[in-house]
Design a binder for this molecule. Structure first.
Ligand code: ASP
Length: 424
């Protein structure tokens, strides 16, 4: 059985066990079984294995991004203009897909009106964290201390430092060649580490999902059903129509093959709710299953995990309309344009970790004068939506990576269509 199938089965089993536990909870309420089950199983063994699994993915992120991007940049052999062109295309595509995503979300939400006609009650407290100021976001891209950037896992700073290092390698002649050799050996080793840890994925995914589905309040979904379904529908439209059309019409690639190949990436995104933690898998799949050359994948994938969040922008678009309707505030057309702009820019400053989309939502709401407390209305169902939107975020990263690779002549279609794999 392939690893992808194993992960899929683990995912389904995790969801089933967690949901079953969740439904049995009220029936067994008060009995000692519930507390035993909770303490030792769901919030004990499963939580421990789940956390260890996430840590084992996260531990690879900084070394992987640094080493792989140094290799990628160094391999461009001093053609720095190519790097500039590639960076320009990548950033433009990331911003464009995010703007399309949020426009779909706003349009759907305005048609469906998920927040109209009801007076919603806050189901939980929401303490809004201070969203980052956009000016600071730009300044923060540039590191003042590379060790600090790595220690804090500040991806954009690590990316900037790695590019500088790689460019310097390619200009340092024989000294550079020596170091480039060492880096490509290191890169191979880290990719092997990714493969070893991926073998653990079925267990990790099972534990994460069983615990989350056990702890999720399904009754909240019923109350917020329209909101939930609107976000879901926009996510599905974006993933199945927008990415596939871009791949088919611009890159002339078969989108169904793409969707099949990136299944593990989507599943990791769903289970971890973190683009960052999924990055080792996204990079591995981009290079080894989609055929994107390291020089492109090592740049587009880490950058995408940090600045490209189409799924998050979709949630923010629907949430803004929902909160405006629930509080009966009218947002003008200019307001909606502000939402598109702010949500697109906000995704640049937010790292790909669970729940960050809600923090930057505060920024979007503030920009259009909506009450930030409105977030409390939707926080109850956010974890599940976070999982779904992260799956879309990482799909977007992979799609843009293919588009850029194709346009740069850096996509190996033999690998994309699985010809070399099947022959092996
Ligand atoms: N969890 C998302 C990600 O990592 C970000 C978010 O929407 O909260 O991509």
């Amino acid at each position: 059985m392939t690893l992808t199938n194993k992960i899929f089965i683990a995912m389904a089993a995790g969801i089933a066990v967690g949901t079953l536990g969740n439904f049995l909870q009220p029936a067994l309420h008060g009995s000692q079984w519930v507390s035993l089950l909770e303490t030792y199983f769901f919030f004990g063994a499963l939580e421990i294995v789940g956390k260890v699994f996430i840590a084992s993915l996260k531990v690879l992120v900084v070394p992987l991004v640094f080493v792989s991007l140094v290799c990628g940049t160094a391999s461009l052999g001093g053609h720095n203009r190519r790097m500039g062109v590639m960076a320009g295309k990548t950033i433009a595509l990331y911003l464009l897909t995010t703007a399309i995503a949020i426009s779909i979300a706003l349009t759907l939400a305005l048609i469906i009106e998920p927040g109209a006609g009801n007076t919603y009650q806050s189901t939980s407290e929401y303490q809004s964290a201070e969203p980052p100021a956009l000016k600071q976001v730009l300044v923060n891209i540039f590191p003042s201390n590379p060790v600090k950037a790595m220690a804090e896992g500040n991806m954009l700073q690590v990316i900037v430092f790695a590019i500088l290092f790689g460019v310097a390698i390619s200009r340092a002649r024989e000294y550079g060649e020596r170091i480039a050799g060492a880096f490509s050996a290191l890169n191979e080793i880290i990719m092997e580490m990714v493969k070893i840890l991926m073998q653990l994925a079925p267990y990790g995914v099972f534990c994460l999902l069983a615990k989350i589905f056990y702890a999720t309040g399904f009754s909240l979904i019923a109350q917020l059903l329209l909101y939930f379904l609107t976000v879901m529908m926009a996510l599905i439209i974006h993933a199945t129509i927008i990415y596939t059309s871009l791949l088919a019409f611009i890159a002339k690639l078969n989108p169904l093959v793409f969707l099949k190949r990136i299944r593990p990436v989507m599943m990791f995104g769903f289970a971890t709710a973190s683009s960052n933690a999924t990055m080792p898998v996204t990079l591995e799949v981009a290079e080894e299953k989609l055929g994107v050359k390291n020089s492109v994948a090592s740049f587009t994938i880490p950058l995408g995990a940090t600045i490209n969040m189409d799924g998050t922008a979709i949630m923010q678009g629907v949430a803004t309309v929902f909160i405006a309707q629930a509080y009966q505030v009218d947002i003008s057309l200019a307001g909606y344009l502000t939402v598109i702009l702010t949500a697109t820019l906000a995704s640049i400053g937010a790292a790909g970790v669970p729940g960050v989309g809600l923090i930057t939502l505060a920024l979007v709401l503030q920009q259009v004068g909506l009450p930030v407390e409105g977030i409390a209305l939707i926080v109850g169902v956010d974890r599940l939506l976070d999982m779904m939107r992260t799956a879309v975020n990482v799909t977007g990263d992979s799609a843009v990576s293919c588009l850029v690779a194709k346009s740069e002549g850096a996509l190996d279609e033999e690998i994309f269509y699985g010809r070399t794999l099947e022959q092996k």
